[in-house]
Design a protein around this ligand. Structure first.
Ligand code: NZQ
Ligand code: ZN
Length: 388
């Protein structure tokens, strides 16, 4: 491990098929009024809403409903949620849903007691909160983003064609998260696949950086192997509890800050995917899947030793007299094969992207410098064209 760092993760997790009952242990720690944040209605169809409401009522809470958080939550919705929290002086923001609900809850949490416009303050000026933060709890229904145990909050501004993530400091992490793998069973298969690829790419974004011998990379390889194994079972049988529980747990550890310790980290696939999302509003995991293979093939020569290691350790590619470039290419071919098997999108055109949108997507792509190749605008255009 080269580099110095700090590590703290404040989120308490409750995991397992009876974990919802622990909401009873958490609720007494907070005041009376709970803003119940959820999406477009999946929790009403799968029974999670009723189960949560029963516990809230039994604990004497006043519930302020904040429904309709859309996938890729918008700044307009965020402003509404902030107003609702202010009007009702809420004591706890309880998100019940996927990453969109958890992210939105965190963005509301840092904005309720803040006078500035949240978009300008957190997503344009990237300031940290200098006001009281309303506590957040999550009941997760989709495995993917890791939002349940991190301080990220991604918000979309359609008017400005921007989708931007702010990773806040530890104070913004959920105070607790409840992870019941059974709650993910009702996810449509396409969403499950998108979540699986999102997890995988979070690991890649952290793995493909740096040249030192780093414990984080060994952890990353173990998480990738577990995910690949469980994903192949889950696509065959989505109700395999063991596979879905491993996927859920891997999602959390893929992006709860652990495996980024001591690393510069890349995140360019996410920057490209978020730019695609800003212009198309497509499903997050699918935007990543569509640009990933062209991106990794493009940067492969700049990070060859890590791509060779990835091929051997994660995809079991046997050297068999191959050159390093051939081993690395075989690793990415195995990854492509797996992506086809789990059923993710491999082309931007399948997400409705046309050539005339590429300028806007390029404009919306934030360039970072932690990966094996520092991208220019020209590199972005090349990868996007290759991904069409
Ligand atoms: O809205 P409802 O009706 O609940 O339906 C949702 C939504 O349509 C549905 N769903 C969720 N759980 C379900 C279910 N349907 C049936 N049964 C269930 N159990 O799935 C759809 C997608 O949900 P969403 O929350 O949008 O998905 P995800 O968890 O992938 O979150 C995506 C958002 O998180 C951001 C993304 O950019 C995007 O805005 N991210 C957050 C990150 C973070 N906090 O660190 C990192 C990620 O890279 C990502 O950028
Ligand atoms: Zn992601």
């Amino acid at each position: 491990m080269l580099g110095t760092f700090s590590y703290q993760n404040a989120t308490k997790l409750y995991f397992g098929d009876d974990s919802l009952q622990y909401l009873n242990d958490e609720l007494p720690k907070y005041g009376k009024t709970v803003q119940l944040i959820y999406g477009g209605g999946s929790i009403k169809r799968n029974g999670v809403y009723d189960a949560v409401m029963e516990i809230l009522t039994a604990n004497g809470k006043t519930v302020v409903e904040d429904a309709g958080v859309m996938p890729n939550p918008t700044v307009d919705k965020l402003r509404e949620g902030v107003q609702l929290a202010r009007d009702n002086k809420v004591d706890l923001l309880l998100a019940v849903g996927g990453g969109s609900c958890c992210d939105y809850a965190k963005a509301v949490s840092v904005s309720v007691h803040c006078d500035d416009d949240p978009w300008e303050k957190y997503y344009i000026r990237f300031e940290e909160p200098d006001c009281a933060i309303v506590p957040v709890g999550c009941i997760l229904t989709m495995a993917g983003t890791g939002s349940e145990m991190n301080a990220g909050a991604v918000i979309t501004n359609h008017a400005q064609k921007l989708k931007i993530g702010h990773v806040f400091d530890e104070a913004v992490m959920p105070k607790f998260s409840i992870l019941n793998p059974v709650f993910t069973f009702s996810l449509p298969k396409r969403q499950m696949a998108a979540g699986i690829y999102d997890i995988f790419n979070h690991i890649c974004e952290q793995y493909f950086s740096g040249e030192d011998d780093n414990t984080s990379d060994y952890l990353a390889e173990a998480l990738m192997k577990s995910l690949i194994h469980s994903s192949l079972i889950a696509v065959e049988n989505p109700e395999d509890y063991e596979a879905r529980s491993n996927i859920m747990w891997t999602a959390t550890w893929a992006l709860n800050t652990l495996i980024s310790r001591g690393k510069t980290t890349d995140w360019m696939v996410h920057m490209l995917g978020q730019a695609v999302g800003a212009v198309t509003d497509a499903t997050h995991g699918m935007t990543l899947a569509a640009v990933s293979l062209p991106y990794y093939r493009y940067i492969l020569p700049y990070g060859l030793p890590k791509f060779v290691r990835f091929a051997k350790e994660v995809w079991n590619v046997a050297p068999d007299g191959k050159t390093d470039a051939e081993i690395a290419a075989a690793g990415l071919a195995a990854m492509e094969n797996w992506m086809r098997t789990i059923g993710v999108t491999l082309r931007l055109s399948e997400l409705g992207v046309t050539e005339d949108m590429l300028d806007a997507i390029t404009d919306a792509t934030i360039l970072l410098d932690g990966g094996y190749k520092v991208f220019t605008r020209d590199d972005v255009v090349k990868v996007l064209k290759e991904s069409l």
